[in-house]
Write a protein that binds this ligand. Sequence first.
Ligand SMILES: [Zn+2]
Ligand SMILES: [Zn+2]
Length: 175
Amino acid sequence: MARFSSKNLPKTTPKHYKLSEHFSKRDFVCRCGKCDSAIKISLGLLGGLEFLRSKSRARVQIVKGYQCPESAENSGKIKRNYHTMGVAADVTLEKKTLEETFLIAETIPEFLGLGLDLKHGHVHMDTRKDKARSLWVVTHAGENIPLSDENRATYLPPQLVEPVENSSEAASSAA
Ligand SMILES: [Zn+2]
Ligand SMILES: [Zn+2]
């Protein structure tokens, strides 16, 4: 199935190389400056991000896409995480709040990991292969809190929760 496959792009692939309609290699390269821009990128992630763009009608800024294992290790993160696997992106949407961005991303079934990162100012989205979704918030203080039905209203204003479209409807109209 296409959504589980990924692409390896060696350092010889030019940065303007188009990965999908609105994204090129440049958007996803590791920012460490040492790994020669060889990247790994999941096609399912790209599909989800294109979907995010069309649903939000907003420019998608990739704050962080692929991260090389060395850079992950040096920054104190686990060496193998969803970014080093090429299935994650930290994203902001132009002219949308982080909360709005999170809620739009939540309507896209490909994104099984979604983190509202208030501390760093982005929304993490990934296409991990788990059966259940993982939703979390990183607070301004840097605390990582799993999002549940009980605490949801604390972080996501209720007036924003309502206009979310039915995702299966949107999926068929986009097809
Ligand atoms: Zn790197
Ligand atoms: Zn992330």
